[in-house]
Every structure is written in structure tokens, then in C-alpha cells.
Design a binder for this molecule. Structure first.
Ligand SMILES: Cc1ncc(COP(=O)(O)O)c(C=O)c1O
Length: 376
């Protein structure tokens, strides 16, 4: 009897799954360029350069039971989030990052062939999960100013199971037009508002609205504002009946003890985290203004802790390579719409100065023809 062949036996859609574009191993790539680890600047993941808050760090130093499974009902986390958001605890669920909750939404509501809609360019996880779950994935392209094409979106949303919208959006940095919320909720689809960057923006969160709106799920995270990306902790807000079934469908111990302890401590350190977020926002404005001075760069307005920048006439990949030689890691894109763009996550003011100076140098190299990237 022939032995089991795990590759030949794969479900066909898994075999052909395009890989998710993950963050580079910055330290080893920088080492290839002769850049020591302590000179590496990782500004490619929209993470928080200030890291966890002081109270979260203190909690991580032992205020949790690593030898025990965390509470499957997430009682303390949900109570702390309830107080923070002003929504009932039974309307909240924690996840191992909002990524896990995106996957859970697919597992719960999307059958093979169901239509899932988003507006690109946007966060890659929606398309990745659509492939994983055999959904019909429809991307309604954003307009030139990155606003959502309302009429086109509402048209395809009518036959959709789920619409995922990041607001503010990654990588474009802008929020969803407020006037689209009501018609979207009336479309018949489940509307998932991904508010991963909402703490940086002026835009009001829809979390409170989700409590009484069965067609809406709001996703939030501790990865960005709270600097806990490596701990994988996020949450969803929805109507109590929805959260009840989500609690039953999720992996019982999906949020780790250390992650929960750090998340709860972060909610007791809001003032400090908001102060840091304000610095990152101010830095983003400063970066936009500084890059506008460099004639080869066109930064887009941003409401977040990162900025998308067009390097018209140049490949983002070439700019990326020139930055990597200097130990600076940013994000680039393979798709046509963003081929000449780079996305820079905000660092500390000193780190951002390094980026601005490096881009000025690269601009000079480009105009001297040294980079060989000036293709149309
Ligand atoms: C729009 C958006 N949603 C969700 C996430 C994932 O967040 P988490 O770390 O909570 O999984 C990201 C991460 O970059 C993001 O940009």
C-alpha cells in the first residue's frame, strides 16, 4: 500500500494558495549589507517604536500564570475592554491579533464560493483568507485619492456575504467616507470595519454602534496603539448574540495569559499610550511635510502612524534596496497600482530623521543616475 502523500493529497485550493507577503528578516538582510544589528531600523510593519507601555512591561514581568491556560471566557480582558470602550462585555471577544478574528469570521460565515468584498489597495489578509476559504474575492479599486468608490462598492456588496473595510486603511492612510456606513449596513452583507489604526485617527470608532447593529463587526488591536504586535492580541465588538456564537466557535484558549495581562495593563496606561500616539501622529505630519520638500517624492495625506509615498518614475523596490543598504526597512508592493510607492511606518523622531536624510541622499543618487532605476 502506497504511503500517504501529504502534498499530493492537499485540497487543491491550498496547493495553489499564493503565499502571504510577510515581513523581511531585517537583521539578517542588513547583515548581508554589512549593517550591524543595532543600526537596523524596522519601519515596515506599522508597529509602535515605543513598544509596550510601562504598566504592560511590568505586567509582563510576571503578573500572569504562564503554567495555566488563560480564562477561556476572557472575563478580565472583556471587562477591561468594556470599561475602556463603554460597551457591554458580552459584546466583546478577544483574539490572537485581529488576524485571528478575520480568519474566524471566514470560518463562521463564508462558505466556498461566497462573495467577499474589499477595496484595494488594502490590508492583504482579507485576500489571503478568501483564498484559504475558497471565497469569491472581489476587489473594488479605490479612486485616485484613495477614497472608496461608493456606488461600485454598494453594487457588489448587494450580492456579498462579507465586506471588509479597513478604516483608516492600510496602506493608504485614509478613513472610510462616513456617508457610506448606512448604505453599506443596508446592503445585506456582513460589514467588518477593521479599525486597527483608529487610535491614531480623528475618525470616530464604530465600536459602540456595533453593539446594536447585527450587520456590523468592528475589529481592533493592541498591536499598533499599544505596541504589543509580538504578543498577538486584538478584539472584536459586535451584537451580544453574535459574540455569543463567536465565543463558541473560537479556539477555547486563543488569547495567551501574557498577552491578556499586557493588554489589560495597557488599558490602565491609556494616557501614556495616547501621548505616544500623539507623538507618532505629529511625526507623521512632519514626515509628510519633509518628504514633500523632496521633489521626487509625493507623500499621501495620512491619519495614521504610517505614510504611503509615491516615488514617481521609480520602482519602490529600488528605493527599498537603497534604504536597506542603509539598514532601513520599509514596505513596498508588487501590484501595478503601488509599484512606485513605499510605505514608511513612523519611528521615533531620531529614527525618522534618519529616514528623511537617507531618502534625500537616495534622491541625489537617482538624479545622478547612480541607482539605475529611473524607468518611466
Ligand atoms: C488594517 C489592518 N488590520 C489588521 C492588522 C493585523 O493586526 P493584528 O496584529 O491585530 O493581527 C493589520 C496589521 O498590519 C492591519 O494593517
Amino acid at each position: 500500500m502506497a504511503r500517504f502523500d501529504p502534498i499530493a493529497s492537499l485540497r487543491p485550493h491550498i496547493r495553489s494558495l499564493p503565499p502571504y507577503e510577510v515581513l523581511a528578516d531585517a537583521v539578517s538582510i542588513a547583515a548581508e549589507h554589512g549593517v550591524p544589528a543595532d543600526q537596523v531600523l524596522q519601519l515596515d510593519g506599522n508597529e509602535n517604536p515605543y513598544g509596550p507601555s510601562p504598566k504592560a512591561l511590568e505586567a509582563l514581568r510576571g503578573k500572569y500564570a504562564a503554567e495555566r491556560y488563560a480564562d477561556a471566557t476572557q472575563g478580565r480582558l472583556r471587562a477591561a475592554l468594556s470599561a475602556h470602550l463603554g460597551v457591554p462585555a458580552e459584546c466583546i471577544v478577544g483574539g490572537a491579533g485581529s488576524d485571528e478574528l478575520i480568519d474566524l469570521i471566514f470560518r463562521m460565515w463564508v462558505a466556498p464560493g461566497d462573495r467577499v468584498v474589499t477595496c484595494g489597495p488594502t490590508f492583504g489578509m482579507y485576500a489571503f483568507d478568501a483564498g484559504l476559504h475558497e471565497a469569491e474575492f472581489v476587489d473594488v479599486p479605490r479612486l485616485d485619492d484613495w477614497s472608496v468608490d461608493g456606488p461600485a462598492l454598494l453594487e457588489v456588496a448587494r450580492d456579498a456575504k462579507v465586506v471588509f473595510l479597513a478604516t483608516p486603511n492600510n496602506p493608504t492612510g485614509n478613513s472610510l467616507q462616513a456617508e457610506l456606513v448606512e448604505p453599506l449596513l443596508d446592503s445585506g452583507a456582513l460589514i467588518v470595519m477593521d479599525e486597527a489604526y483608529i487610535e491614531f485617527a480623528e475618525t470616530e470608532s464604530l465600536a459602540a454602534r456595533a453593539v446594536s447593529e447585527p450587520a456590523l463587526i468592528v475589529l481592533r488591536t493592541f498591536s499598533k496603539w499599544a505596541g504589543l504586535a509580538g504578543l498577538r492580541i486584538g478584539y472584536g465588538v459586535a451584537a451580544a448574540e453574535t459574540i455569543d456564537v463567536v465565543m463558541r466557535a473560537k479556539q477555547p484558549y486563543n488569547t495567551g495569559a501574557a498577552s491578556e495581562a499586557a493588554a489589560i495593563a495597557s488599558l490602565n496606561d491609556v494616557e501614556e499610550l495616547d501621548r505616544r500616539a500623539a507623538i507618532l501622529r505629529a511625526e507623521c505630519e512632519r514626515m509628510v511635510a519633509a518628504l514633500r520638500q523632496q521633489e521626487w517624492l509625493e507623500p499621501y495625506p495620512s491619519e495614521t502612524n504610517f505614510v504611503l509615498v509615491r516615488a514617481a518614475g521609480h520602482q519602490g523596490a529600488d528605493v527599498n534596496e537603497a534604504l536597506r543598504r542603509r539598514g532601513i526597512f520599509i514596505r513596498t508592493y508588487g501590484n501595478e497600482q503601488l509599484r512606485d510607492c513605499i510605505r514608511i511606518s513612523m519611528g521615533t523622531p531620531e529614527q525618522n530623521d534618519r529616514v528623511i536624510a537617507a531618502l534625500a541622499e537616495i534622491g541625489n543618487e537617482l538624479s545622478a543616475g547612480e541607482l539605475g532605476a529611473a524607468s518611466g
